[in-house]
Design a protein around this ligand. Structure first.
Ligand code: HDE
Length: 717
């Protein structure tokens, strides 16, 4: 990937001091563990350190023909095979597929009025982080672009210990009580009899569960929206989802929700694109994150908190401990106080991204839990699952180790690394080793909450209201987003072949919005409801539609732009637009019918030519955000005759992507898109019509303007 990026004419950034060992305590801590597999001086040894002379042939007893039985005695062969046999550990039971990166968290405003946590009050700190993004339902080898919730888990290596926010890109969840988690996940995972379908919710069991649990209604509306098909991990929000608490130095407690909002805005694929990419490039999101970091285009998020003082806990019509509800911004504004930046790719996937282990129970002084019943169960589950995935000493693994001192009398267990000398392994003891810390010394103090009650398996009244916010969400979407929800439900329920499942779901939709229910019922063959089963309250809230997160100045930075050329292309247009794209921070890729030198209209085969990054067959339009075709009569003629080139243009248009053309390519694009309504330029003026940006004559001005217009054109939603 890195060489591809460089081939695209980009300068890889010089290693920036922000993620060097001198700056990041975590990287400094990892350094002694990092070995270089490319070290030209290193010789192959066995695991026990003996240099090997042969790694390709098992020790045998041979006859004159050099054949004969292998000897079990060969320790090198046995070690190699045995190590290979044990390479796999259990994949995560959910969120198995993911990718991660290192970075830093900084604060620009102290939250000391509500918390004493150093990470949220000390504005001079740079807290190292490791973030892992994931899908939920698919196996480790499944595709990135499926319709699913995305995990957004952050490990803050703070000076006071590790703090993990194990969040998602959707602010609510399917269930209210953790005891239901195995059910919702069983229902969403492949069905048990035939293990079909992989990484999809489009099947009977998932939708049966949704119907049987009205509490899931709000969440499934989000999962059917464009939020569940993000364009990039870098372009989605992150939410802690559960309600946590903050405690300040005075001992006052508040309830809090954590939110990350991406600098680049929130963007999504269109469904057809996501579906195709799942086959064409299953690693699309993984590569996208890697590529951005390698190019120095570090992804950034604003970090915000929504805070409710303890005394106001019961002031809302919903229960603030209910994870199926958002806290509408009109009622509880988001206070943005910090920034998360990712700036370093891992050195090796398995020991870092696969072995990183998050726990919601990892909080530091100043941050605590609430009685949110989902959170309470999660606090048990994460620790427990790491035991089966990684073993009891998982917190000693380099990626999981805190950067502050760790000292206690927990001992032994499989794969213990730490060696603690001395004669005692308990406290207190006759040697008067130090007692646990006081609050003043930085010890974690549990908030002395008053609790009185009886044991019961019940739920409070407010937890039983399940539809208000599903309506609020739907009402707050733009018409385009609503259409996408209708089509998504049309797809999902079409994959359910049990009429009970899809018919009942159509009835359920009539409890959210009549028009939604009618449109979907027609698409999937349900009874078309004639009246709403519940009146839509008509309320809206900000921050629910993705359009609320468009950056103030649209940017083409980090977007992938394919430039389609063939022999005879117009070099002025090609070089001009490529330079303008690079200057705007976009990633231009040259695509031609063959990955061999392509010569411009101004040169013959003795010229320098251009070596394309890819051929038209090797890539698809889905892998790019935008395409540009420069003029040049011969080049355009070749592209016109290529079915694949035509498909590129039509598919990109169908996926609402910005398309640019200059010179002879203008007519080609307008013919390819076959839309008489499209206006195209017949002069040097740049015309933007339906996201197709054209200028029939090429001027330096038109390059800049093409890029400028492409930035705004449909903004890739
Ligand atoms: Fe998780 N979840 N979860 N989850 N979850 C896991 O822990 C669980 C929930 C989330 O990149 C598991 O280490 C329960 C909500 C992320 O390594 C497991 C409940 C949210 C990740 C687990 C929930 C999440 C996980 C599997 C209901 C959003 C991936 C592997 C009470 C706030 C972390 C692991 C990574 C992973 C349990 C619900 C987010 C089994 C019991 C709500 C991002 O422990």
């Amino acid at each position: 990937m890195a060489s591809q990026i460089l081939a695209a004419g980009l300068q890889k950034v010089a290693v920036d001091a922000t993620h060097s060992p001198e700056k990041s305590k975590k990287i400094a801590q990892l350094c002694p563990h990092i070995k270089d597999s490319m070290d030209k001086k290193a010789r192959i040894t066995s695991d026990y350190g003996v240099k090997e002379t042969e790694t390709d042939h098992w020790l045998k007893v041979v006859n004159e023909d050099k054949t004969g039985p292998a000897l079990l005695e060969d320790p090198f062969a046995r070690e190699k095979i045995m190590r290979f046999d044990h390479e796999r550990i259990p994949e995560r039971v959910v969120h198995a597929r993911g990718s991660g990166a290192f970075g830093k968290f900084t604060l620009f405003e102290s939250a000391e009025d509500v918390t004493k946590a150093g990470v949220l009050t000390d504005t001079s700190r740079e807290t190292p982080v490791f973030v892992r993004f994931s899908t939920v339902l698919g196996s480790r080898g499944s595709a990135d672009t499926v319709r699913d919730v995305r995990g957004f888990a952050i490990k803050f290596y703070t000076d006071e210990g590790n703090w993990d926010i194990v969040g998602n890109n959707i602010p609510v969840f399917f269930i209210q009580d953790a005891i239901k988690f195995p059910d919702v996940i069983h229902a969403g995972k492949p069905e048990p009899h035939n293990e079909v379908p992989q990484a999809q919710t489009a099947h009977n069991n998932f939708w049966d569960f949704q119907f049987m649990h009205t509490e899931a209604t709000h969440m499934f509306m989000w999962s059917q929206s464009d939020r569940a098909i993000p364009r990039s991990y870098r372009m989605m929000q992150g939410f802690g989802v559960n309600t946590f608490t903050l405690v300040n130095a005075k001992g006052e407690r508040s309830f809090v929700k954590f939110i990350f909002t991406p600098e680049l805005g929130v963007h999504s694929f269109v469904w057809d694109e996501a579906l195709k990419l799942a086959g064409q490039d299953p690693d699309f999101h993984r590569k996208d994150l890697w590529e951005a970091i390698e190019n120095g285009a570090y992804p950034k998020w604003k970090f915000g908190i929504q805070v409710i003082p303890e005394a106001q806990e019961n002031d809302f019509e919903f229960d603030i401990l209910d994870a199926t509800k958002v806290w509408p911004e009109e009622l509880v504004p988001i206070r943005y106080i910090g920034q998360l930046e990712l700036n370093r790719n891992p050195d090796e996937f398995f020991p870092e991204t696969e072995q990183v282990a998050f726990c919601t129970s990892h909080v530091v002084p100043g941050i605590g839990f609430s009685d949110d019943p989902l959170l309470q169960g999660r606090n048990f589950s994460y620790f427990d699952t790491q035991l089966s995935r990684l073993g009891v000493n998982w917190q000693e693994l380099p990626i999981n180790k805190p950067v502050c001192p760790v000292m206690n009398n927990n001992r032994d267990g499989a794969m213990r690394h730490t060696i603690q000398k001395g004669t005692i392994n308990y406290w207190p003891n006759r040697f008067d080793t130090l007692p646990p810390s006081t609050a003043q010394e930085g010890g974690y103090v549990d908030y002395p909450a008053k609790i009185a009650g009886i044991k019961a398996r019940v739920v409070s009244k407010k937890f039983k209201e399940h539809f208000n916010q599903a309506q609020l969400f739907y009402n707050s979407l733009s018409q385009v987003e609503k259409n996408h929800v209708i089509n998504a439900l049309g797809f999902e329920l079409d994959h359910c072949d049990d009429p009970l499942v899809y018919k009942r779901m159509c009835d359920r939709l009539a409890e959210i919005d009549l028009n939604l229910a009618q449109e979907v019922a027609e698409l999937v063959g349900g009874e078309i409801p004639q009246e709403a089963k519940r009146v839509n309250h008509g309320k809206k809230s900000k921050g629910l539609s993705q359009f609320d997160y468009m950056p103030a100045t649209p940017t083409i930075a980090t977007r992938r732009v394919a430039i389609l050329i063939a022999d005879g292309y117009d070099p002025i247009a090609y070089n001009g637009v490529k330079a303008a794209l690079t200057a705007a921070g976009a990633l231009p890729f040259t695509i031609a019918p063959k990955r061999s030198k392509i010569y411009s209209a101004n040169e013959d085969k003795s010229g320098t030519g251009v070596f394309p990054d890819h051929n038209l067959e090797g890539m698809r339009s889905t892998m790019f955000d935008s395409i540009y075709v420069p003029g040049g009569a011969r080049s355009v003629e070749t592209l016109r005759k290529s079915g694949r080139a035509l498909h590129w243009v039509r598919e990109a248009f169908g996926h609402l992507k910005a398309i640019g053309a200059t010179g002879e390519a203008v007519a080609f694009i307008s013919d390819a898109c076959q839309l008489p309504g499209i206006q195209v330029s017949s002069s040097g003026d740049v015309v933007n019509s339906y996201g197709v940006v054209t200028a029939s004559q090429v001027t330096p001005h038109s390059f800049k303007e093409t890029v400028q217009m492409a930035k705004g054109a449909k903004d890739f939603v």
